[in-house]
Design a protein around this ligand. Structure first.
Ligand SMILES: [Zn+2]
Length: 140
């Protein structure tokens, strides 16, 4: 499985991650999910991180609601979320595992050394890493 991230979306989430550094940045991802093939991302929605704890994130519920509305208006679906790992790896942490929702896409950006990882959570099986491809997806 793979995830296609257009360059403009990649640039947007990376600059968000760098601008929040050393705090974690977070946001939502809209696009298309094709069973067994992967994801084709179309848009990223930045969200406020309302966590008081350093190196944690909690998406502002109002921003989340707004992202769902905007995606719906553009006939898209929220298929995942992104967040940054300041000084961490582009790989899910223990906390990420505890918060994971099945079939949801998790894009993790490590900063300041930029790396992008993408994962889906499968109940009972843990995270599965997806191949990240920068560019428009081959799906619709
Ligand atoms: Zn994390």
């Amino acid at each position: 499985m793979e995830v296609f991230i257009p360059k403009r979306v990649r640039d947007s989430i990376v600059s968000h991650a760098l601008s929040e550094y050393p705090r974690e940045a977070c946001g939502l991802l809209a696009g298309e999910k094709v069973r067994s093939k992967g994801f084709s991302i179309k848009r990223a929605y930045r969200a406020k991180n309302i966590s008081d704890t350093p190196l944690r994130y909690e998406i502002d519920p109002e921003d989340m609601y707004r992202a769902f509305l905007e995606a719906e208006k553009e006939s898209m679906e929220i298929v995942g979320a992104y967040h940054s790992h300041p000084l961490g790896k582009a790989f899910p942490s223990k906390i990420d595992e505890e918060k994971a929702h099945p079939s949801f896409l998790y894009v993790i950006i490590s900063v300041p050394r930029v790396r992008i990882g993408a994962f889906i959570w499968r109940e009972g099986k843990g995270f599965r890493e997806l191949r990240v491809r920068i560019g428009e997806g081959p799906f619709i």
